[in-house]
Design a binder for this molecule. Structure first.
Ligand SMILES: CC(C)(COP(=O)(O)OP(=O)(O)OC[C@H]1O[C@@H](n2cnc3c(N)ncnc32)[C@H](O)[C@@H]1OP(=O)(O)O)[C@@H](O)C(=O)NCCC(=O)NCCS
Length: 212
């Protein structure tokens, strides 16, 4: 068994750590976090801040990033990978993942999530508690699908987008990159890049440019 370093000991970090424990794949888990008042979180040691990531390679061969900001998560995953860490996929034992789906490194699949046949999930995504991703979906890198989101079949969600808790996406939709779908929205038409949509049916409320 290997050892695992988790960058980020906040709320999402706690969930990722517990999920990692439940897989039984790691002997030893530690956090890095930029809050230097933290010593232990869930009993797991916090052994330095993010910038110390190169110092721990001898002990921790695997590393993953557990921060909510989609771009930051991906930036740090890329640094870790370049430094030679193995970047795992962490899958909660209660989730259901089709053997005909594909999930890239650095993605976490949390409790009770369901990923159906021929879905493809890129690097560094969060597939949060009880979300469902149906057949033939294509999910870009650094996407966060929040708890209780339902993504119907053949939906494409581009890089760094965030779907808020409980959102629902009907089939055959494309959601652009850097988009935010607000909590509870029902998406029934394509969504462009870099906008926030909300409501039932979802409508554009804000445009961001590319600053997200
Ligand atoms: C979308 C969200 C991020 C807020 O974004 P924001 O840019 O701060 O948006 P604002 O609060 O300025 O609201 C802008 C408009 O959208 C509306 N709006 C925001 N969230 C909404 C929602 N969930 N449903 C309906 N309307 C919503 C606001 O009422 C406002 O409408 P108005 O312009 O007519 O007054 C937040 O509402 C949300 O849904 N967060 C999801 C949280 C989540 O899923 N957490 C899980 C983490 S694991």
């Amino acid at each position: 068994m290997d050892n695992l370093l988790i960058l980020g000991a906040g709320g999402h970090g706690k969930v990722v750590a517990e999920t990692a424990m439940l897989t039984g794949r790691w002997n030893n888990i530690a956090f890095l976090d930029n809050d230097n008042t933290l010593n232990r979180v869930l009993g797991i040691p916090v052994i330095g801040d993010f910038d110390t990531y190169l110092d721990h390679k001898k002990t921790y061969s695997n590393a993953i990033v557990a921060v909510g900001n989609n771009r930051n998560r991906h930036v740090w995953l890329t640094k870790l990978e370049k430094a030679g860490y193995k970047i795992p996929v962490i899958i909660h034992p209660s989730s259901i993942v089709s053997k005909f789906s594909g999930i890239e490194s650095g993605t976490v699949v949390l409790a009770n999530a369901v990923i159906n046949a021929n879905a493809s999930i890129a690097q560094g995504c969060i597939l949060n508690t009880s979300c469902t991703i149906d057949h033939d979906c294509v999910i870009g890198k650094g996407v966060h699908i929040s708890p209780g989101v339902n993504v119907s079949g053949t939906v494409t969600i581009n890089d760094y987008s965030w779907l808020g808790v409980g959102a629902k996406i009907v089939n055959n939709i494309t959601i652009g990159s850097n988009a935010i779908v607000a909590a509870g929205a029902v998406v029934i038409s394509d969504i462009p890049d870099s906008v926030m949509v909300a409501g039932v049916p979802a409508q554009i409320k804000k445009s961001f440019g590319d600053e997200l």
